[in-house]
Design a protein around this ligand. Structure first.
Ligand code: ADP
Length: 252
């Protein structure tokens, strides 16, 4: 949290400026505390819900497994899926809470890494991927972090778009920057929501109500990683509809 740094002047106008700045700092601190509280509430909810469901299925197997063995495979599938979700969530929460300083940085071939990530998801979906990936774009960083950036943005494009639409993925390089873009023709994000989707656990209403899986932490992770490389991430509207996520990374 930001620390208040105020020197006390003797001029009345300056005193009034200091008071305004002080009030502003208090307001920011209060908002930060509120966000932390909300974060804990949301995290507990997102952990408790799958846990309750897992326990429910365990009870079901215990009560009826012997007399009705046909309930077992469905319950096991459910437990498997929900426990994987919990595992992902707890890994995401750890990533949000601490920067990975243990894995050393190395020169990564981002082009190869990205093409590999695209190939992995391509096998599982009916989306058409248009790739414009410049060859041998390299960057000094941690592979795991770039995998998270690529996976989160590509998976979101899939999750929030109707099947069989196009998803465009580009990796470009200028003398000073590396630019990674994912464009989709999906639900889109309103201007009001654009500011909020990077908040931890924030999900746009229509995605909460629709059946997409997710807990609203993916984009906070992407933003955290991108900022740790002093990069930026922007959201624009795609034409005629959908979203463009653009990551800019400065070359070191
Ligand atoms: P999650 O996908 O787990 O909900 P994220 O942090 O990755 O969480 O995204 C936050 C929210 O931003 C999503 O719930 C969704 O409402 C919105 N969003 C993210 N990517 C897209 C996209 N490509 N198109 C439309 N909405 C999106």
């Amino acid at each position: 949290m930001k620390q208040a740094e105020l020197t006390i002047p003797d001029n009345p106008i300056e005193i009034s400026n200091v008071a305004t700045a002080f009030n502003q700092l208090i307001k920011e601190q209060k908002e930060a505390i509120e966000r932390e509280k909300q974060f804990i509430t949301n995290a507990s909810h997102d952990i408790r819900t799958p846990l309750a469901a897992i326990r429910g299925h365990v009870q079901l197997i215990k009560r009826r497994g012997e007399s009705h063995p046909e309930v077992i495979p469905n319950s096991i599938d459910f437990i498997d899926k929900e426990s994987k979700r919990l595992e992902t969530l707890s890994n995401q929460l750890l990533t949000l809470e601490r920067e990975d300083l243990t894995t050393p940085k190395e020169i990564i071939n981002l082009s190869e890494l990205l093409l590999y990530e695209i190939e992995k998801v391509q096998l599982l979906t009916t989306f058409e991927f248009i790739t414009e990936v410049k060859n041998d774009v390299s960057y000094f960083g941690r592979k795991g972090e770039f995998q998270q950036i690529f996976q989160n943005l590509i998976e979101n494009a899939i999750k929030y778009s109707p099947g069989e639409t196009e998803i465009k993925i580009a990796l470009e390089e200028t003398t000073s920057t590396i630019i990674f873009t994912v464009s989709d023709y999906g639900l889109g994000i309103s201007d009001k929501e654009k500011k909020r989707v990077f908040e931890r656990f924030y999900r746009v209403d229509n995605s909460r109500t629709s059946q997409t899986e997710g807990s609203g932490v993916g984009l906070s992770i992407v933003e955290k990683i991108v900022s740790s490389y002093r990069g930026t991430i922007d959201i624009k509207n795609n034409e005629p509809k959908g979203t463009i996520f653009k990551v800019n990374l400065p070359k070191m």
